[in-house]
Design a protein around this ligand. Sequence first.
Ligand SMILES: C[S@@+](CC[C@H](N)C(=O)[O-])C[C@H]1O[C@@H](n2cnc3c(N)ncnc32)[C@H](O)[C@@H]1O
Length: 274
Amino acid sequence: MAFTFDILTLFPGYFDGVFRESLLGKAEDGGLVVLRTTQIRDFATDRHRTTDDTPFGGGAGMVMKIEPISTCLRAVREAAPGAPVVLLSPAGHLLEQARVRRWAAGPGLIVLCGRYEGFDARIEPQVDEIVSIGDYVLGGGEPAAAVIVDAVARLLPGVVGNPESVVEESHEDGLVEYPHYTKPRVFEDESVPDVLLSGNHAAIRAWRRAQAMARTRLRRPDLWALYVEVHPEVLEPPKTRRRSRRAPTGGANRHDNMNPHDITVNCGAADETD
Ligand SMILES: C[S@@+](CC[C@H](N)C(=O)[O-])C[C@H]1O[C@@H](n2cnc3c(N)ncnc32)[C@H](O)[C@@H]1O
């Protein structure tokens, strides 16, 4: 059965392009996903179809009224039984891959996009999860909903051509992914690491793992701290340290110099300039 995304929004037109492009468009054409938007304003009952009002207690900005979103949600929920309801807010739980994976295993997802100062807080008991896509403030929930739809859809069976490509990637094992290279072998004096051309699959696996660890430690110390808690052995010194840090194939490329056991000394020597 197709996975159904229901997006509740004041700006359904935002999704016209997003839903038609690339993977999502193909997934919808192939019957793998159903992408629906519902205009919250259609559930406002006053003459002006008002969806926002001034905040009690004063302060800047407008607040999205409870009645239209509540009625809208009830209607959408009836048509999508079993789908968790996600309210988008920068004050929500930070989105991570484990949550995306959990959603992808379900029948669908209902996503509420806020605008202005956000929703009247009395909507919160009616939702299952309150989620933020990052520690910054967007003008509205629509880009966040697009991010969620994309992240979930690519995990659904049949959406990505090669299912293996969604298994070995960033955040699946607590690390960010290793670097990738393709042709040409040399670009502006910068060579592809020799180990990747060696045909030695064990050496390639070891190099990639070391790179993933080095990148995680450098770019995401928060994830690295969790990783070493679970895998303290990665910080242990190797039993027999090699004299040289050259790659197994003898490559002299600066990208080759990673060994999983040299992680503590090598992180700063990875392909990082940022
Ligand atoms: C301008 S924001 C409201 C910000 C709110 N006053 C606050 O400070 O938490 C309007 C809407 O954009 C969406 N939004 C903004 N930043 C977001 C984020 N980081 N993650 C998810 N949704 C976000 C939410 O739906 C929010 O209701």
